[in-house]
Design a protein around this ligand. Structure first.
Ligand code: MIG
Length: 661
C-alpha cells in the first residue's frame, strides 16, 4: 500500500512515473516540527535500510547523511555526500515501512546521529512529496516502490563482460596495446574505456585527431575482436569560439544562466565551461542528439562523468580567493592565516555557494539550481538515453553515469565513483549494492582494483573475486597511480581464471539481472530480507544474497586466509580455482570459519538450488549456451532467462530455459 503526501509546492522530479493519489490524512510514522522537518523515534532493534549510494553500513543507523550530489573522491567514514541522492529508506523492526522523500534539493537524513534513538529528515525547504509504503516484508515494499518509479535500464549483454579502463590511456597505441596484451594473455575482454584524453582539449563530442587519427577504424578493429570502446562524456561544455556545441548552446539559450541572465561560467577539465540546462526539455533533446557524432563512428557505449555537476572553481570565487591569498602573502603567515589559505583553496572545488548562482529554464520557469541540484546528472543520462532510443530504436546503448537521483535508473546504470585502492572499499561497495537495488539501480559496480591510490596484487585478486559478481565489472584507475591492467601482475594466471569464472557466470548473472529488471526484484539483498526471524542474519553486514541461488561472502581483509561466515540455513560451499576445477561441501546453518587462499573464489549455493556454469568464452558474443553444467543440490532446477542482448525490449526475444540435473 502506497500513500503520497504533499508538502508545500514541490518541484516535479520525475522520480515517480505512476499515478499515486494524494492522501490528505496526517503523515503516519513521523512528526513534523515548525521548520517542516520530519522526526521519528527508533527503538533499539529497528534497522534503517536504504539511501543507495552512501557510505557506512547496510544498516544506516549512527550517522548523518546529506543528499547533495557531490564530486567527492573521499569515500571516508566521515563523508556525508557522494555522487547520488537516493532518498528511499525502509525502517524494519517493531514497525515496517518504506519512505521516499522526493525532494530535488539538499536534504539531510540524521539517522541516530544527534540522538541515537531518533531519526530526523530535514529538507532545505518544506516543498516535497513523501511516499509511505507498507507491505508484507522488505522485499514487498521494494517491489511496490519500484513499481511506481518505472522499470530499470537494461544494458546490452556485452556490458556484462569484463572491461578495462584507466585515466591515462593517451592515444590509439595505448588502446591497441591494452587489447593485444589481454588477448595474448588469453584473458576475456569485452570493453576498453576512453577517458578524457581522447577528446580535443576536453571538448565533448570531439576527438583529438593527433592522438586518435581514425577513431572509426579503431572502433571497428576493436569490435572485430569483440571489444567495444566506451568513451567518457563530461557535463561541462568548453567555451571556445568555433566549437559547434558551444556555439549552438549559446545561440539557442541551452546553457544554465547566472542571475543576470548570462550564460553561467564554471571551470572544469576544459577550463571555462557552460553547463547544458538538462532540466530544459529542448536543451536535453539537443545535447542527447550530439551522442550521434560518436555512435556514427561505431561507438555503442558511454559513461557520463562530472555531472553533479562538478565545478572546480567559479571565476569570482577564484578572484576573491587570489585577492585574499595575496593579502595573506604580504605578512608573516601565521597558523590561522595558513589554515584560512588552505581552506579557501580546498573550498573552491564543489563550493556549495556556487550552486546557488545559476538557474534553469524549465518550460519557461526560472528555477534556481540549488533547488533542483540532485536532478542534474539524472537528466544528462536521460538526454542521452532518450535521444539514442530514437536514433537507434533497434539497439541498446550502454550508459552509466556518476551522478544520479531515483529515476535515473530508467536511463542507465551507475558506477560507484572515485573509490580508493583500499581494502575497506571492497566492503563499502558491497554494502551499497542492496541499497542501490532498493532504489532501482541494478546495473552497478565499483572501480575494480580501486581508482585512487596504488593497488596491490593481493587487493586486485580479492577485488576481482568480489566484482566478478557485480553487473558492471570494470577495472579502472586514476592517472598517476600504479598501473593495474591484469597482465602486469605476477598472478596474471590466477586473475585470468577469475575472469574466466566471471564469463562462466555471465548467463546466470544476466538472467538474474533480467529478473530483477522485469519483476522489480532486488538482485542483491541483505540476509535479513530473506531470513527475517533469524537474529544473527539481521546483523550480517558483509555477506549478500544474490538472486535466489547464491550467497556471496568475499574476503576483504589483507593477508586473511579466509573469513568467518554466517549461514542462515544449510548451504553448499563452493571453492573454485577454475571454472571447471572446484570443490563443494555442505555446511550446516550457523557460524563457520571458511578458508580461502588468494587463488580461490569461495561462494555459497543455497539449499536445494543449482547454479548453471558455462564454458567461458573470450567475450560475451562467443558464449556457448549449450556448454552448461549445473553445480549445486541434486534434483533441483534453474530457469534461465535469456534474450538477444541487443533489442531495447527484452520481451521481444525473451526465452525461459529450464535447466535440470
Ligand atoms: O576530475 O576523467 O570519476 O572515473 O577517470 C576527475 C577523469 C574526472 C572522474 C571520474 C573518473 C575519471 C576522471 N574523472
Amino acid at each position: 500500500m502506497i500513500k503520497k503526501y504533499v508538502f508545500g509546492n514541490p518541484f516535479p522530479t520525475d522520480a515517480v512515473i505512476a499515478h499515486v493519489d494524494v492522501c490528505n490524512d496526517p503523515l503516519p510514522f513521523f512528526e513534523i516540527n515548525g521548520d517542516g522537518d520530519f522526526f521519528t523515534c527508533l527503538s533499539d532493534n529497528e534497522i534503517v535500510y536504504g539511501l543507495g549510494e552512501q557510505i557506512r553500513g547496510i544498516n544506516k543507523r549512527g550517522w548523518e547523511y546529506v543528499s547533495w550530489n557531490y564530486d567527492n573522491p573521499h569515500h571516508h567514514e566521515d563523508t556525508r555526500s557522494l555522487y547520488g541522492s537516493h532518498n528511499f529508506i525502509i525502517v524494519s523492526g517493531e514497525r515496517l515501512f518504506g519512505a521516499f522523500f522526493d525532494y530535488a534539493g539538499r536534504i539531510t537524513f540524521d539517522i541516530g546521529y544527534t540522538n541515537k534513538n531518533q531519526m530526523s529528515v530535514r529538507p532545505e525547504k518544506p516543498d516535497l512529496c513523501v511516499y509511505i509504503i507498507e507491505g508484507a516484508d522488505e522485499k514487498d515494499i521494494v517491489r511496490q516502490f519500484r513499481s511506481i518509479i518505472g522499470k530499470s535500464y537494461i544494458p546490452p549483454l556485452w556490458a556484462f563482460g569484463y572491461g578495462q579502463s584507466r585515466w591515462g590511456y593517451k592515444d590509439e597505441n595505448d588502446i591497441r596495446e591494452v587489447a593485444e596484451n589481454y588477448s595474448s594473455a588469453d584473458i576475456p575482454l569485452d570493453s576498453i574505456y576512453l577517458d578524457i584524453d581522447y577528446m580535443e582539449r576536453y571538448k565533448d563530442f570531439t576527438v583529438d585527431i593527433n592522438r586518435f587519427p581514425d577513431l572509426e577504424k579503431l572502433a571497428s578493429d576493436m569490435k572485430n575482436n569483440g571489444v567495444h570502446l566506451v568513451p567518457i562524456i563530461d557535463a561541462g561544455v568548453k567555451i571556445e569560439e568555433g566549437y559547434d556545441v558551444y556555439e549552438e548552446g549559446v545561440e539557442n539559450g541551452y546553457f544554465c544562466k547566472n542571475a543576470d541572465g548570462e550564460d553561467f561560467v564554471g571551470a572544469v577539465w576544459p577550463g571555462r565551461v557552460h553547463f547544458p540546462d538538462f532540466l530544459n526539455p529542448q536543451a536535453r533533446n539537443w545535447f542527447g542528439k550530439k551522442y550521434e557524432t560518436l555512435t556514427k563512428l561505431g561507438i555503442d557505449g558511454f559513461w557520463n562523468d562530472m555531472n553533479e555537476p562538478a565545478i572546480f572553481y567559479t571565476e569570482d570565487r577564484l578572484e576573491e580567493t587570489l585577492r585574499h591569498i595575496h593579502k595573506l602573502s604580504q605578512g608573516n603567515m601565521g597558523i590561522n592565516e595558513y589554515f584560512t589559505f588552505t581552506g579557501m583553496v580546498a573550498g573552491l572545488n564543489g563550493n556549495a555557494g556556487d550552486y546557488h548562482k545559476f538557474f534553469h529554464n524549465v518550460n519557461g520557469q526560472t528555477i534556481r539550481h540549488s533547488d533542483v541540484h540532485n536532478l542534474y546528472g539524472m537528466n544528462m543520462t536521460r538526454s542521452a538515453f532518450e535521444a539514442l532510443r530514437k536514433i537507434q530504436p533497434n539497439k541498446r546503448t550502454l550508459f552509466f553515469s556518476r551522478s544520479s537521483y531515483i529515476g535515473a535508473h530508467r536511463y542507465g546504470g551507475i558506477w560507484q565513483g572515485d573509490n580508493k585502492s583500499w581494502w575497506s572499499h571492497i566492503l563499502q561497495s558491497m554494502q551499497q549494492l542492496p541499497a542501490l537495488n532498493m532504489a532501482g539501480f541494478i546495473f552497478i559496480g565499483a572501480d575494480t582494483g580501486g581508482f585512487g591510490c596504488d593497488t596491490t596484487e593481493d587487493l586486485m585478486l580479492r577485488w576481482l573475486q568480489y566484482s566478478l559478481f557485480t553487473p558492471l565489472f570494470r577495472n579502472h584507475s586514476a592517472d598517476g597511480t600504479r598501473k593495474q591492467e591484469l597482465y602486469r601482475f605476477s598472478s596474471v594466471n590466477t586473475m585470468k581464471e577469475m575472469i574466466k569464472i566471471r564469463y562462466a557466470l555471465i548467463p546466470y548473472l544476466y538472467s538474474e539481472f533480467l529478473k530483477s529488471a522485469l519483476d522489480d526484484e532486488m538482485m542483491f539483498r541483505p540476509l535479513s530480507f530473506d531470513f527475517h526471524c533469524d537474529k544473527e542474519a539481521i546483523n550480517v553486514e558483509d555477506q549478500l544474497l544474490l538472486g535466489d541461488q547464491l550467497m556471496i561472502a568475499p574476503v576483504y581483509k589483507q593477508n586473511a586466509k579466509g573469513r568467518y561466515v554466517y549461514l542462515p540455513e544449510e548451504m553448499m560451499l563452493v571453492r573454485m580455482k577454475k571454472y571447471d576445477d572446484y570443490y563443494t561441501e555442505i555446511l550446516d546453518k550457523g557460524h563457520h570459519y571458511v578458508h580461502c587462499e588468494l587463488d580461490e573464489l569461495v561462494f555459497f549455493i543455497r539449499k536445494d538450488k543449482v547454479l548453471p556454469l558455462y564454458a567461458p568464452a573470450k567475450n560475451t558474443e562467443e558464449i556457448d549456451y549449450a556448454s552448461v553444467t549445473l553445480v549445486g543440490y541434486p534434483q533441483s532446477s534453474y530457469t534461465l532467462l535469456k534474450d538477444d542482448g541487443i533489442c531495447p525490449d527484452p520481451e521481444e526475444s525473451l526465452c525461459r530455459i529450464t535447466l535440470e540435473n
